[in-house]
Design a binder for this molecule. Structure first.
Ligand code: SF4
Length: 318
């Protein structure tokens, strides 16, 4: 059971992200911390993280957002949810706020891009479908294996649910891509995992997937050791990092432990060769892989050029 800590947000709702892919898009976190409790979640190491089993819920997000947008001369064309949480966490207050904030933005003709591993409730799906041209989404999915999913993502929607809701939203005309992030070396990087995943995604109409291999921070290592009870699986994962090296990524001044470039390239080549057989395009994020890619994962959406005019520069000033 997640402990919800309600607080009033003092700082701005629309915030820039330290991730280079999101540099020009305003982002919103409805919470600090995330009730999905993914064992590999990088946000566990952030200063704002409230600790395991807790989320800090910002009670005044909608009111503050209305006020911020009222004062802006130039409105954003798109808002991204969420850089270090998930808008569809299984917490009633968060889901209500997600609905109200999404509705406010969409009825203001402002686009919404979201990334989720959660169960999207029916009323939210209807809202998104009713505004399909203004909505893009990224569905996070690392495996179809329910045992692996529940070991690493204990409170997310099951892979079956994520696929079903993705199919429904694509059917409603929403552009949805997939994110294989993170690929877990030694656990989900083999053809036995990637092949059925690609087949399932292609089968429901996904055309693009962005992928990134897990990197380690101290908070992530601690979480994996505390929570992943399948010792052989945990050993395979952590032993894969035996030759790992510190790497600077394009997210603030972050330094992480990453697999050597050659090992990440080998995994990506394997994924690409499988994905291409199913007609899927693979994007490798240059923010998280500056040594092997200069590409973008398009996490903030793939909007037509007109919608990105001006790159939303200047949006963070009143
Ligand atoms: S859904 Fe995303 S933000 Fe939430 S715990 Fe999982 S990885 Fe972290």
């Amino acid at each position: 059971m997640t402990q919800v800590i309600p607080i009033e947000r003092k700082s701005a709702v629309l915030t820039p992200s330290s991730l280079a892919c999101l540099a020009h898009v305003p982002t919103v976190n409805l919470t600090a911390g995330c009730a999905h409790e993914c064992r590999y979640c990088y946000a566990r190491g952030y200063l704002t993280h409230p600790g395991e089993g807790k989320v800090t819920f910002y009670t005044n997000t909608l009111a503050k957002l209305r006020e911020e947008l009222r004062r802006k001369r130039k409105k954003p064309t798109t808002v991204y949810f969420s850089p270090s949480s998930d808008p569809f966490q299984p917490v009633p207050e968060v889901l209500d706020m997600a609905y109200d904030v999404f509705r406010f933005l969409l009825e203001s003709e402002i686009g919404v891009t979201f990334v989720t591993k959660g169960r999207i409730p029916e009323r939210h799906r209807k809202l998104l479908a009713a505004h399909a041209p203004l909505v893009q989404g990224r569905i996070g999915l690392i495996t179809l294996d329910p045992a692996v999913a529940s070991a690493f993502e204990p409170r997310t929607a099951t892979p079956v649910v994520r696929l079903a809701q993705t199919a429904e939203l694509i059917g409603a005309g929403i552009l949805l891509d997939a994110r294989l992030d993170p690929i877990l070396p030694g656990v989900t990087d083999g053809p036995d995992c990637l092949e059925p995943l690609c087949a399932a995604l292609a089968g429901i109409g996904v055309r693009t997937l962005a992928a990134s291999v897990l990197f380690l921070r101290p908070a992530v290592i601690g979480s994996l050791r505390r929570h992943v009870g399948d010792k052989p699986m945990l050993d395979r994962l952590l032993n894969s990092f035996a030759g790992s090296e510190p790497m600077a990524i394009h997210a603030g001044n972050s330094r992480v432990r990453a697999l050597p470039a050659s090992a990440r390239l080998e995994i990506m080549e394997r994924l690409k060769s499988i994905a291409h057989r199913y007609g899927l395009e693979v994007l490798i994020c240059g923010c998280k892989n500056p040594d092997i890619s200069s590409g973008s994962c398009h996490i903030s959406g793939r909007w037509p050029p007109a919608a990105r005019e001006g790159s939303q520069l200047g949006l963070f000033q009143p």
